[in-house]
Design a protein around this ligand. Sequence first.
Ligand code: SF4
Ligand code: ZN
Length: 332
Amino acid sequence: MQGIMSLCDVCRSRSATFYQKHSGLKLCKHCFFADIEERVQAEIRRYNMFESSDKLLLALSGGKDSFVLLDIIVRVHDASKLVALSIIEGIRGYNRPEDVEKLRTITRKYGIDHIVVTIKEVIGYSVDDFVEAQYSMYGMIKISPCTYCGLSRRRILNLYARKIGASRVVTAHNLDDEAQTYLMNLLRGDPARIIQVHPLSPLLSHSFVRRVKPLRKVYEYESTAYAYLKGFRFQETECRYLELRPTLRARIRHYLYSLEDTSPGTLLRFVEFMDLLLEPYVKRQQLPELPRCSVCGEPTSYRREVCKLCELVTMIKNAFRTKSNEQLNPHR
Ligand code: SF4
Ligand code: ZN
């Protein structure tokens, strides 16, 4: 055991409390917070994510990343132009009201309006309903709950952003999320989706409010340490559907972590490289406006008449209808 606590590599005066693997630096709390905040600000400036006049809708789940996002954003943007939105997925044992309450104590402190909605009240069915519908229809889960959950959350964020007149939706995606999404779309050979990960990607519909991700260069391990060192009591319960995440993403996540373990900094270099490589291409993109879903009227993918979310909602409706018919006529 070392007798003397090492000093911070940056200020050389305070004791180091955090080892930043990807840079090899030992940092004190103060220099670590400053480093994260500077990197987030640099990313916001680099891609002109928002300006002081923008009204921002903050997507806050209650996890560590949302606390970090909130903590930094109130220092770089006027709180009167911030609105927080927490979406309750409707997953048993997860996303409990007390977790949202913890976030509320901070939004209240800064005078930020905080809206809380459930997927069920906006879309019609919770994530648990989606799972139940699949069991009653197929006796198993064929489509990952994450697909329904992600589509619903994205839809709700966009609907609320339009409703409150926000010019940006700010999410707390971190570097690990970003690297996984880039690699997943690369492996799928899906150029349209790869472009959508880039911060300068074109908006494909006038009905979309631009999404920005200020934490996209902050590692998940840094965000966890930041939240702990600041004393935030964030939600640590894991979603019960975590292991049902689409297989490719789960494998990529595992693979990227093993790469990062043996060669710290890999994820950061990969995302930076992809950003640079795509930038000229993304800027030249002129894609036609997305078509509208014939059911809900929201934008849908090219060559689709009904959006994926409406397709899933119809599936749930049919499953529940069949189930209740069977209950009414058990001998049919
Ligand atoms: Fe939603 Fe999947 Fe995350 Fe659970 S693990 S909250 S279902 S995206
Ligand atoms: Zn639709």
